[in-house]
Design a protein around this ligand. Sequence first.
Ligand code: PBG
Length: 325
Amino acid sequence: NIKYSQTFRRLRKNRSIRKLVEDVELESKHLIQPYFIYEALSKEEDLKSIARQKKHTLDSILKELGRGLENGVNAALLFFIPEHKAKSHFDYSFDVKVLTAIKERFGSDLNLFTDICLCSNTDTGHCGFVSDQGVIENDKSVIALAQKAVAYAQGGADGLCPSDMMDDRVLAIRRGLDEANLSDRLVMSYSTKYSSAFYGPFRDAAESTPSSGDRKSYQIDPRNSKDGIRCSIRDAEQGADILMVKPAGAYLDVIHQIKNHSFLKNHPLAAYQVSGEYQGLYVCAENGLFDFDSALLESLIAIRRAGADLIVSYAANDFKNIQEN
Ligand code: PBG
């Protein structure tokens, strides 16, 4: 028998009481801002496929990183787009020059993460090498990924972020870093990366759409949740410092499972709200269907509520100005 009224609405009455009892926090410090830097560009341009993002040059990335830090975002994830594609033997001298300049400017105020994949470098657009028979060459790719990671770490990257989904790349990168006396650099692995249509706008930006075939032989099948968990366990065992689920919005259950898994729950966990998730919200808002800031905020809160400690978000640098309506 209930003796008093069950009024849950008392705790929702106004903003100040709602704020007092909320249990999910989202602040700029939880966010990592991605950036695209183009070797072939001499002047920055707008990126057409992902709203409010730029195609950066060395000068413009330094400016935008400074703006991010002023807005409380102290982590960046860099993607380099080379001027020329190649079959193998990639040239990272431009990338290393940019990394060195960034570190000289910002030092340890900025956590400088770099994506480690071959898809913007290879002439096939695949994340690893492809044999003449059209088969992905896992072990050869892993060697090249570790070489790239070491080159970026020597340039000053604090964190190396393999997104290729080859087997055992975390182990190879960890060994490569240790052998190069770069044991202090961390690995943030895209440990649970699903094969997803939501990467569409990114591939346009990174010039990395596969020229033939798809990525299903290396990225995880959306119908397989167990594979998603196993991949993060393996990467944690191989020395990944931070794990990641990607995409985020359609995989909140996977984020939740990893955050509550007995072996993984104490591991820092990131989630990547990928280009198609972000751009989908933007296009709806552009069509007057809802308010962009409110929808974006709700989607990011959901990712935190599911259990992500960090979120890679295209809205990171603008987050301070994003307001719920
Ligand atoms: C490279 C890579 C991709 C993304 C991050 N790193 C694309 C892909 O795997 O095809 C996607 C990021 C986004 O969509 O915002 N392998």
